[in-house]
Design a binder for this molecule. Structure first.
Ligand code: TYD
Length: 133
């Protein structure tokens, strides 16, 4: 399974900031139940993620700076660099992911299809591979 990119509509013709828009049914393939963001990612050695979700869908945007994200569906591996505020990815369930190489002032915005549930996380890679098989 490939991770799809999502492109926001951008209005950048104003001197007072850029506006980026995603409209639910057109761009986000699920009902959003939770939104969160992660900032103060000034440590380029930071690693986040290293897990997969059993059922959760997420859309992840890099609203400032850049970072790399590696994906593994148990068979194929893929790596994407998110370095544009209008670009994001749709992260499906059962996709092992690791985020790294955060630039200074990098900030992530995450839209999620469900409420927080620790039992939806697979945090052990061998367990992930066993569930993929
Ligand atoms: P998460 O953002 O899923 O991890 P990462 O950014 O490393 O991919 O979660 C980080 C930690 O925060 C994890 O231990 C679970 C906890 N957490 C909550 O308690 N509530 C939440 O809504 C989220 C998203 C995470």
């Amino acid at each position: 399974m490939r991770v799809e990119r999502i492109k926001l509509q951008s209005f950048d013709d104003t001197p007072d900031g850029e506006l980026f828009i995603a409209e639910g049914k057109k761009n986000i393939p699920f009902e959003i139940k939770r939104v969160y963001y992660i900032n103060k990612l000034d440590n380029s050695k930071a690693v986040r993620g290293k897990h997969a979700h059993k059922k959760l869908f997420q859309v992840i945007f890099c609203v400032n700076g850049s970072f790399a994200i590696d994906f593994d569906d148990g068979t194929d591996k893929q790596s994407i660099c998110l370095d544009s505020s209008s670009q994001g990815i749709i992260l499906p369930p059962m996709m092992w992911h690791t985020m790294h190489d955060f630039s200074k002032n990098c900030a992530l915005l995450v839209l999620a299809s469900d409420y927080f549930d620790e039992s939806d996380y697979i945090r052990n890679y061998d367990e992930f591979l066993a569930l993929c098989a």
